[in-house]
Write a protein that binds this ligand. Structure first.
Ligand SMILES: *Cc1c(COP(=O)(O)O)cnc(C)c1O
Length: 393
């Protein structure tokens, strides 16, 4: 389907592409986020292979958890095989049960909602603020006031009759969400807040690591995140006993014993393998330099796109220090997003739109939700540009 803005927007796309290519002449611009292995990755993974410890047993998993714990103010860390499983465990740790509703944004990667479903719960979407693209605290306050009623056993959705048991805030593209304002809203209801910090490893909220403002956070080390273990994730928990339970669940809930197989709960096979942790240890050693490189990219994009009209570069909210996982531009409303994206791709720029808002996906379209005007408007204007560390060097 062609829109009246096709021509104009294709020209804009080509113009953006030429500016980006001029600014980054040597970079691989065809991918959104490429990993960089500039440290001891080969050395550590070789140690796994030579020792035979590539799987669920080995020193690197403990070392990786310790390194992470050190970065997260000494909190307990449970390394997992994906970010999605980390989020699933974090929700269990927060007390989410079958049949509950969990408040989440619709502007996020589908895994946030999938993890809610993995608990047998139902995502309940609330809109975001346009500045940080995270849950809007004020709107949340008004909305919860309208839809909730207190009954014995907790807070219930007046319309569906289901218990609402937690709120998940997503630190989108590495920018810190307004966690303190959200906590002010959620505390009186007694809702635990879970941070989906999958994209924000290395970011700060004020001067603290993103993921330490609430009791539980989930991280991801997928191949496209700022640091990668190939595939992997972690739960960061304030309460050490909760972390112990989640670690137990992540290892099929098997009671330690030299030979006996005794499992005391329905558990999961969510533990991070040692060879992935080895990669992760080497990557974490470079996290600070990766953050610096990615932060320098926003300035480069500002220079590259400075004189391009109809394009606004997204910068970090002042409350934090972003890892700038993905660089983001917003198009003027008069532009046609698919035409701009099409032109960028023709020019070899691996740009991407926002994930399809989750309430527009078939399995989540009937979930309860607030009005989602900001989410929908951003999804028609937002483009992520090549953002890997390699683009900056
Ligand atoms: C990447 C990501 C996840 C899930 O991580 P995986 O490791 O891919 O399972 C969850 N939430 C958000 C917001 C993400 O970007």
């Amino acid at each position: 389907m062609s829109s009246p803005n096709d021509g104009k927007s294709r020209v804009l796309g080509k113009f953006i592409a030429s500016k980006i290519k001029r600014e980054f002449p040597r970079a691989n611009l065809g991918v959104l986020h490429e990993p960089v292995f500039g440290g001891r990755e080969l050395e550590y993974t070789s140690q796994c292979i030579e020792s035979g410890f590539v799987s669920s047993v080995g020193q690197f998993v403990n070392q990786f958890e310790e390194q992470l714990s050190h970065r997260f103010e000494g909190r307990s860390v449970v390394a997992t095989n994906t970010g999605t499983s980390a989020l699933h465990l974090a929700l269990i740790g927060a007390g989410v049960a079958e049949g509950d509703e969990v408040i989440i944004p619709a502007a996020t990667f589908v895994a946030t909602a999938n993890a809610v479903r993995m608990c047998g719960a139902i995502p309940h979407f609330v809109d975001i603020e346009s500045s940080s693209m995270a849950l809007d605290a004020q709107l949340l306050e008004e909305y919860l006031g309208e839809v909730l009623e207190q009954r014995s056993g907790g807070q219930f959705n007046k319309k569906t009759g289901r218990r609402v048991s937690a709120v998940v805030v997503v630190h989108l593209f590495g920018h810190s969400a307004p966690v303190e304002s959200i906590l002010t809203v959620t505390r009186p209801y007694g809702f635990p807040l879970v941070e989906d910090a999958a994209e924000a490893v290395g970011s700060l909220y004020e001067d603290r690591p993103v993921g330490t403002s609430s009791g539980l956070a989930a991280l991801s080390f997928n191949g496209n995140k700022i640091v990668t273990t190939g595939g992997g994730g972690a739960v960061v928990a304030e309460d050490a006993s909760v972390a112990l339970l989640l670690k137990h669940l992540s290892t099929t809930a098997k009671k330690p014993h030299p030979w006996e197989y005794f499992h005391d709960l329905p558990g999961f096979n969510y533990r991070m393998p040692n060879i992935n942790a080895a990669l992760g240890c080497a990557q974490l050693e470079q996290l600070d330099s990766f953050v610096e490189a990615k932060r320098s990219l926003v300035g480069r994009y500002a220079i590259a796109l400075g004189d391009v009209g109809d394009v606004e570069l997204v910068t970090e909210p002042s409350r934090g220090r972003s890892n700038y996982w993905l660089q983001t531009i917003l198009l003027d409303r008069s532009q046609d997003l698919p035409s701009v994206l099409g032109a960028l791709h023709e020019e070899g720029i691996g740009a991407r739109p926002l994930w399809k808002p989750l309430h527009q996906l078939p399995m989540y379209e009937r979930c309860p939700r607030s009005s989602l005007g900001v989410t929908e408007s951003l999804s028609e204007r937002l483009i992520n540009l090549p953002s890997g560390v390699g683009v900056a060097i």
